[in-house]
Ligand binder design. Structure first.
Ligand code: FNR
Length: 369
């Protein structure tokens, strides 16, 4: 059997130094856990176990859930954050454990914009009818966005002033500095799924008439400023990434041509890891099914210099499916979300299926799975 591509080590380049070496190309994508003890953005033993078990499950890179750069940027009051030192200290043992298992530790920095201040997606909340915008009684707050829109079906968000935009850009950089202190190896900037950055990018949601709206240059100004600010403080020997929605799947929306152009621009600003998802502004109109977003990753990969690390995500569940995406050069890595929720040892199991050594923890070597 030829050597598995999925289990061939790879390096995400940094702007200086050796870059981030990954033992394989299986990535755990960020997945909100809505699991903290107080509403203080501080990660708990749940995050340690959730991320730690996927690190011991053989993934090359484990990325922590959407982590708010400011309190008002949280999707819900159960989100984790990186806006203060207490949070930095709580992330440290988590990144240390991930490293102890041979995996790299990433964090997704996020601001939900108009899609902030919701109840979060927990079954018990949904069953109690607690969905959509947080009520004032439950601690809801005023949200902010590029320009107000009905598309979110949530309480109206306020249009950000230029001063607020400038402060917001700075808050991404401050969170990046804290992510470094917390021991993360990679930042993934959340530019997808209809959250704040995407609210600036998409012509569906951005109706501004100043230099942050209108033309492609203007709609991409906010993300370019965020990336530049993060790149200025994030150590040059660490890896910088972004997740983008490659399509709104709506005519006259944000599309793959604009995404490719943006990815090329962000590459010049120092981004080397690109994860291609889709949608998030308004109701979903796109395709679905196995590997449905892979063509978006393939389009970005084809347009970027060879050393970029482009990952595909979305209903990638089978080892052979993941291997196919890689050997056909559609992506450099694969993100395995829900399949890894069901099976923390997904990567070690995939290694076995593909005839690669894998990284089964010493504690489990007698297991016959
Ligand atoms: C997600 N997803 C997600 N995406 C993201 O960019 N930030 C996040 O915090 C979350 N949170 C989240 C929570 C849960 C419970 C799920 C299931 C998903 C999306 C996720 O990263 C991934 O893109 C999708 O799940 C599609 O991949 P799979 O699950 O089909 O492999």
């Amino acid at each position: 059997m030829p050597q598995s591509k999925l289990f061939t080590p790879v390096t995400i380049p940094a702007r200086s130094g050796a870059g981030l070496a990954l033992r394989n190309r299986a990535v755990l994508p960020p997945m909100c856990q809505y699991s903290i003890d107080k509403q203080d953005g501080v990660p708990t033993s749940w995050q340690l176990v959730h991320l730690g078990s996927r690190a011991s499950g053989g993934f090359g890179l484990v990325i922590a859930e959407a982590t708010a750069v400011v309190p008002e940027g949280r999707i819900s009051n159960l989100d984790v954050g990186l806006w203060n030192d207490e949070q930095v200290q709580a992330w440290k043992p988590i990144t240390q454990f991930i490293h102890s298992q041979g995996a790299a530790a990433g964090v997704q920095l996020a601001h939900a914009g108009a899609k902030a201040s919701t109840y979060g997606w927990l079954k018990e909340l949904e069953e109690a009818g607690k969905t959509g915008s947080l009520s004032e009684a439950d601690g809801g707050w005023q949200t902010v966005t590029s320009s107000p829109s009905e598309l979110y079906g949530l309480n109206p968000a306020a249009e950000m002033s230029r001063e607020q935009i400038a402060e917001s850009v700075q808050s991404w950089a401050d969170a990046a500095r804290r992510a470094d202190e917390a021991g993360f190896d990679l930042i993934q900037i959340h530019g997808a799924h209809g959250y704040l950055i995407h609210q600036f990018l998409s012509p569906l949601s951005n109706q501004r008439t100043d230099e942050y709206g209108g033309s492609w240059e203007n709609r991409t100004r906010y993300v370019r400023e965020v990336v530049s600010a993060v790149a200025a403080v994030w150590p040059h020997d660490k890896a910088l990434g972004i997740r983008l929605s490659g399509e709104d799947w709506v005519e006259d929306g944000w599309d793959i041509e604009q995404t490719v152009r943006l990815a090329q621009e962000l590459y010049t600003l120092g981004v080397r890891a690109f994860d291609l998802s889709s949608a998030g502004i308004g109701p979903y109109h796109g395709p679905t099914g196995p590997g449905y977003q892979v063509p978006l990753a393939a389009a970005v990969k084809a347009a970027l210099p060879q050393d970029a690390f482009v990952t595909a995500v979305g209903v990638i569940t089978e080892p052979a499916q993941a291997e196919h995406i890689l050997v056909t050069h559609q992506a450099d890595g694969v993100s395995i979300g829900r399949a890894a929720l069901g099976d923390p040892q997904w990567a070690n199991r995939a290694a076995k299926a593909l005839g690669a050594p894998g990284a089964t923890p010493a504690q489990y070597w007698r297991g016959r799975w």
